[in-house]
Design a protein around this ligand. Structure first.
Ligand code: OAD
Length: 243
């Protein structure tokens, strides 16, 4: 992190992707054997795919929900929760992940821009409620009674959640850190560029460089369970020596 000397009270925005949950046993999308190498994302993760074959889509997300419930947070999730607790400034986590491992590790400020597996959404009236373990196409909405309920997940062609808050944070933050994301899905893939233009120092942590590696000032290569705790320990050492 040459070129950035934290004082211990900076505003940090941390973007996470599937790579941070990989060592908890949850599949990534685009790595070798990733979910999108085995499933057609146009049939699974679009409103059109859901309209064509709701059972296929609900079965896919039922399996993801089952896996996520069985998974436990790893050392990287825990390190970020520690950073949020012990850092002197605000630490906002913006995640593309639909699991709840950040929250279960103890993180507070987490924005799920792609929604979450634990939510159900009525496509007819927009009502939201906690998702059951398994959703089926005939399940009626508890408010309007219509079938066609879906997971509360943002699909391709839909608008990600919390974007006003995220754009605002990217313009204000001192340090932007991107962890375990391939940099291929927008708008998240442009966050480093946005934060950098507004003056933030940008760091990527990944098992390998992402598609947008050129937008970062520093790159830390390694598995999230090692690289993230190491980076957090370095940040908190700065904080403690400044205190
Ligand atoms: P990807 O599968 O595209 O990328 C995973 C990233 O994690 C890659 O850059 C890997 O190098 C990295 N990675 C894998 N294992 C790692 C490890 N143990 N430690 C550190 N890094 C590791 O996943 P995302 O970038 O999160 O959206 O994908 C973005 C969006 O595309 C997802 O939210 C999802 C997907 O389609 C929707 O479904 C709408």
């Amino acid at each position: 992190m040459q070129g950035f000397r934290p004082k211990g009270d900076e505003f940090l925005v941390i973007l996470t992707g599937a790579g941070i949950s990989a060592e908890s046993g949850l599949g990534t999308f685009r790595d070798k054997d990733g979910l999108w190498t085995r499933y057609d994302l146009n049939e699974i993760a679009t409103p059109e795919g859901f309209a064509r074959n709701p059972k296929l889509v609900l079965d896919f997300y039922n399996a993801r929900r089952r896996n996520a419930r069985e998974a436990v947070p790893n050392a990287a999730h825990e390190a970020l929760a520690r950073l949020q607790r012990d850092w002197g400034g605000d630490v906002l986590i913006v995640t593309q992940n639909v699991d709840d491992l950040h929250e279960r590790a103890g993180s507070g400020q987490v924005l799920h821009i792609h929604g979450g597996l634990e939510g159900a959404l009525c496509a007819a009236c927009g009502h939201r409620w906690p998702a059951p373990a398994a959703m089926a196409p005939a399940d009626p909405c508890p408010v309007c009674g219509k079938p066609g309920t879906r997971p509360d997940i943002v699909w391709f062609g839909e608008i990600p959640y919390h974007m006003d808050e995220v754009w605002f944070a990217l313009r204000q933050c001192d340090l932007f850190v991107s962890i375990g994301t391939s940099g291929t899905v927008y708008p998240a893939a442009a966050f480093a560029q946005d934060a950098s233009r507004a003056g933030a120092y940008c760091v990527e942590i990944n098992a390998e460089t992402s598609a947008v590696a050129g937008d970062f000032d520093a790159i830390l290569i390694g598995p999230a369970t090692r690289a993230v705790p190491d980076w957090v320990a370095g940040m908190l050492a700065v904080r403690n020596s400044a205190a």
